[in-house]
Ligand binder design. Structure first.
Ligand code: HPA
Ligand code: MG
Length: 218
């Protein structure tokens, strides 16, 4: 007999994978609707993205700016592949890394109040080829706030690589220079992405369930 899914699909949806097929921390068993992008797929796509970024940024010094906290996993894997390329080339690319912390979400909603947490000295980016590493672009407000701050300090160029880009009517229309995956308008967690700080310790990008949203509500 045909296995009829109880999940209601909308026009812009992807079936994803049953979480039971993957290694998931036990305590999250009820909190996930589906696995949207398994970790292995993220790695393969990241390797390819690195090739594209390197082609475009050539042999210039790249100042990588990782947006915390969500960007830490993508940044770490991105850097892993840059290092692989660098050690296998005759000429290796000079590279520096830096981190900035930003916050705008409570539960699954953007508060619209986008803040840089703590101090960040933007003047260190003046004259540099800046590559911003983000985990997700949703409304685009966070990245546009950050871009305007960075651009005020006259970098030589600034590019943005985001693992995910959400297809949402709330988008301000911003598109990053490099995108890993476009995803439907659902709240995703895992691989660094959180819901009120939970789920960052999950390997795969998953869609949170209503049970999960309720359990970890702020
Ligand atoms: N998940 C986690 N954090 C986010 C999301 C999301 O879907 N969109 C914007 N920040
Ligand atoms: Mg977050």
């Amino acid at each position: 007999m045909e296995n009829i899914s109880t999940t209601i699909m909308t026009a812009d949806d992807e079936p994803g994978y049953d979480p039971n097929l993957f290694c998931i921390p036990k305590r999250y068993a009820q909190d996930l609707e589906k696995v949207l992008i398994p970790y292995g797929l993220i790695l393969d796509r990241t390797e390819r993205l690195v090739q594209e970024v390197m082609k475009e940024m050539r042999d210039h010094h790249i100042a990588i700016l990782c947006v915390l906290k969500g960007g830490y996993k993508f940044f770490a894997d991105f850097l892993y592949y840059i290092k692989l390329v660098n050690r296998n080339r005759d000429q290796s690319i000079p590279l520096t890394v830096d981190f900035i912390r930003m916050k705008s979400y409570c539960n699954d909603q953007s508060t619209g109040d986008i803040k840089v947490i703590g101090e960040y000295d933007f003047s260190t980016l003046t004259g540099k080829n800046v590559l911003i590493i983000e985990e997700i672009i949703n409304t685009g407000k966070t990245i546009q706030t950050l871009l305007s701050l960075v651009k005020q300090h006259n970098p030589k160029q600034v590019k943005v690589a985001s693992l995910l880009l959400k297809r949402t009517p709330q988008s301000m229309g911003y598109r990053p220079d490099f995108v890993g995956f476009e995803i439907p308008d659902q709240f995703v967690v895992g691989y660094g992405l959180d819901y009120n700080e939970f789920f960052r310790d999950l390997n795969h990008v998953c869609v949170i369930s209503e049970v999960g949203k309720d359990k970890y509500k702020a």
